[in-house]
Design a protein around this ligand. Structure first.
Ligand SMILES: [Zn+2]
Length: 258
């Protein structure tokens, strides 16, 4: 335990981990050119009014907020983003049969694009690659809706019922999906190693998943550029860039040395 003997400890227990659950946050996607909303360079830090687009009350009440939100979705860097080495490292772990579940706070869909299987990925904050009707629940691939935005509809209504649509993500003021959350908790409780990557571990319920894992006997490894509230609970903390640390850690787990 403890972080002083991190390299030795990691080398001992990583190759033995057979049921790894990973939790990823914004830090895994910054190398793909997707800004961290809450970090020092984050979108909300620079433009607090952007937060209204992610708040369900403001979104429903104000057509101008929705028009801005659709433009922002259309111009989002995610459409040109490619998965990076850290995403690929998790695909390797999965293909080697070592990764049980991949819980992500990210809405960018880059894990699936990298090759992680959709059944393995648990998107607790939803996905921006789909739109959802807030009245009838119809889900549509986001590019289809963005094509309508490009064609001049500045707030495209649902084709089935005329309802207000938004990205299939969890906005402030919206509850998380119960089934998705249950799957995440089950994955945290049943793993032998819980690996938190690129997340500040300050947003619930993601943060609490670390505790669930540890209380059910898993080792905890944290890779994050900055301190997290759970560092003291971890068996190892790698305060390194995710794009370097995760591929190295995956090689170590797969028995390939550093
Ligand atoms: Zn509808």
């Amino acid at each position: 335990m403890g972080t002083m003997d991190t390299p030795l400890t990691l080398a001992e227990f990583l190759p033995k981990a057979k049921a790894i659950t990973v939790l990823t946050g914004a830090g895994i996607s910054t190398d793909s050119g997707i800004p961290d909303f809450r970090g020092p360079q984050g979108v909300w830090t620079k433009d607090p009014s952007a937060e209204a687009m992610s708040t369900i009350g403001a979104y429903l009440a104000d057509p101008e907020v929705r028009r801005r939100a659709w433009r922002s979705r259309r111009d989002n860097p995610v459409w040109d983003a490619e998965p990076n080495a850290a995403h690929a490292a998790l695909v390797e772990l999965e293909r080697a049969g070592r990764l049980r579940a991949l819980i992500t706070q990210n809405i960018d869909g880059l894990h699936q694009r990298a090759g992680s299987s959709p059944e393995t990925v648990i998107e607790i904050h939803g996905t921006m690659r789909e739109a959802v009707c807030l009245s009838c629940g119809l889900r549509t691939p986001m590019p289809e809706i963005l094509a309508r935005v490009d064609a001049g509809e500045d707030d495209p209504p649902c084709v089935e019922c005329g309802g207000i649509q938004k990205s299939a993500t969890i906005s402030f003021g919206q509850a998380l999906d119960r089934d998705v959350l249950d799957a995440a908790v089950a994955a945290a409780r049943s793993c032998d190693l819980f690996l938190a990557v690129g997340t500040s571990l300050t947003v619930q319920p993601a943060a609490g998943l670390c505790l669930e894992a540890v209380e059910h006997g898993a080792r905890l490894v944290i890779i994050n550029a900055e301190e997290t509230p759970y560092d003291g609970l971890a068996d190892a903390v790698l305060r390194l860039p995710v794009g370097e640390a995760l591929p190295r850690l995956a090689r170590l787990a797969l028995g390939g040395g550093r």
